[in-house]
Design a protein around this ligand. Structure first.
Ligand code: HEM
Length: 473
């Protein structure tokens, strides 16, 4: 019996810090502001002048906010404020009828059949990743966070706009996004606490400049295809099999209208951000966890060698990779890339016995819920096999924990549109890596999780990478 691995994360403080201390001293990461009770409580609250924030953990309340009364708890306005320079009015931040129309126009591009269709493009990016990793000297240290960000961005650009990341323009987009992302949380936190004036003007300007660069490049790629699609809708993009082709074809059944040009740029920019940052975070943490579980890594390698054919373009074979799927599921539980989901009460309401004013911030945190002491057995332990067990574990059997307290992709009407895409991509990348490589921790290097746009490691995730003698094709 091997010792279970519990990955490091910022130890919660024993006592709740004051709200001001939380804001001013814990701006490095919202994970630092959590305290012991956060992992036990059903609901918590923080009050600052001009802001009321309620944290909801109890499954029945989470369901109310996210599913049953989702319209009464729209997306928080600070998301739109912080991301508008880059994303305009994208599906990630809009609410009400605007969001409904956008979601209806985007859903067809993310149906299972479409996602299978782009599998070949995902495989090309996976192969490019293998070629890069083979350049790393055997056993050398490598920052897998950088590597996973590269491959996730490559996959998104290839599947959405048919641009591999090594093309010049794609690389510029990638680099400008990195600048934008580094600034976004610093601009978002003051907005969240109602203190927009605290945002340094030079950071606001740098962030706007990065956003303008990205949008200019997207315009260059998309304009010709948009014009063709609108000149001759019947044959437009017929030969293209990327996601942009579907986005250009789709029409609102009532009005007969598709996306306008600016609106389309907003959606593509958002897909790039939402689609690569999240997957990169999840895959990096999955590798970190695996490096600390050598037996499991061997089992994963066996599964990949026997059940995964890297030369096949048939994505349906991925469904046989049970352990691979459970590893990813467990990585998403311990390190959900989107660690908190921010909503706002449209009107005054009551949650549990609390009177919530209108426009209060209501936060649902997958990070807290998926490590909640009352909802998960062995909450901090990395155990992908837990999903196959049916032992009666306390406090809940795993099936029930999954049903009530597992939401890495959100839930309800705003559930992640790219969940199937992300799961297919993750199975492909993890199986490809497990077949060809082995990872070991670097002694003395402990990745430090920080909660920003997604949950990332402040000091990177460095691992030693070894080539498998029996993995080569
Ligand atoms: C492991 C990878 C991913 C994770 C963990 C993830 C997580 C999430 C979560 C939690 C939400 C809901 C946010 C909220 O309710 O406030 C969301 C929304 C969204 N995600 Fe993902 N995501 C992932 C990958 C992707 C990919 C690959 C794409 C696109 C290619 C994507 C596109 C979107 C979009 C468009 C929304 C907004 C949906 C709406 O509001 O209608 N995501 N994602």
């Amino acid at each position: 019996m091997t010792t279970p691995y519990c990955p490091h994360y910022p130890r919660p403080q024993a006592e709740r810090p004051s709200a001001w201390r939380m804001f001013f001293s814990k701006r490095r990461s919202w994970l630092d502001a959590l305290y012991e009770r956060s992992y036990h409580m059903k609901m918590g609250e923080v009050h600052l002048p001009g802001i009321d924030l309620y944290m909801v953990n109890e499954p029945a309340l989470v369901r109310r906010v996210m599913v049953d009364e989702a319209a009464a708890f729209p997306k928080h306005s600070m998301l739109g404020d912080a991301l508008r320079p880059l994303l305009g009015d994208s599906i990630f931040t809009t609410n009400g009828e605007v969001w409904q129309r956008q979601r209806a126009l985007m859903d067809p591009s993310f149906e299972g059949a479409r996602i299978k269709h782009v599998f070949g493009r995902m495989r090309e990016a996976a192969q490019a990743m293998v070629d890069r990793l083979k350049q790393v000297p055997d056993g050398a240290e490598h920052d897998v966070e950088i590597e996973m960000t590269h491959v996730a961005a490559d996959i998104i650009l290839r599947t959405i706009v048919s641009q591999p990341l090594d093309s010049r323009g794609a690389h510029q987009v990638f680099e400008a996004f990195a600048r934008y992302q580094a600034l976004a949380p610093r601009l978002m936190m003051p907005a969240f606490f109602g203190l927009r004036w605290l945002r340094p003007w030079w950071q606001v300007r740098r962030s706007r400049r990065a956003a303008a660069e990205i949008r200019a490049l997207l315009v260059e790629w998309i304009r010709p295809r948009f014009d063709t699609a609108h000149r001759s809708p019947d044959d437009a993009s017929a030969e293209e099999s990327d996601i942009l082709a579907t986005l250009l074809r789709v029409r609102d059944p009532v009005t007969g209208q598709g996306f306008g040009f600016e609106e389309l740029i907003d959606q593509v920019a958002m897909l790039f951000l939402a689609g690569h940052e999240t997957s990169a975070s999840a895959l990096s943490w999955a590798l970190h966890l695996l490096a600390h579980a050598p037996d499991l890594q061997e089992r994963l390698h066996d599964e990949a060698r026997t059940l995964f054919d890297p030369d096949s373009n048939d994505s349906s074979a991925l469904k046989d990779l049970t352990l691979t799927r459970n590893v990813f599921r467990e990585a998403l539980r311990l390190f959900p890339p989107v660690g908190f989901l921010a909503r706002q009460s449209a009107q005054a309401c009551t949650l549990r016995d609390k009177r919530i004013p209108a426009h209060a911030s209501v936060v649902v945190s997958p990070w807290l819920i998926q490590r909640h002491r009352g909802l998960w057995a062995r909450p901090d332990e990395f155990d992908p096999d837990r999903y196959e067990g049916d032992a009666p574990e306390a406090p809940l059997p795993v099936r029930e924990s999954l049903r009530k307290a597992y939401l890495p992709f959100g839930m309800g009407p705003r559930v992640c549109i790219g969940a199937t895409f992300a799961q297919q991509e993750a199975a492909l990348i993890l199986a490809t890596l497990a077949r060809e490589f082995r990872f070991e921790p670097v002694p003395g290097h402990e990745p430090e999780p920080v909660g920003r746009l997604t949950i990332r490691a402040e000091n990177g995730i460095r691992l030693r990478v070894f080539r498998r003698a029996d993995g080569a094709r």
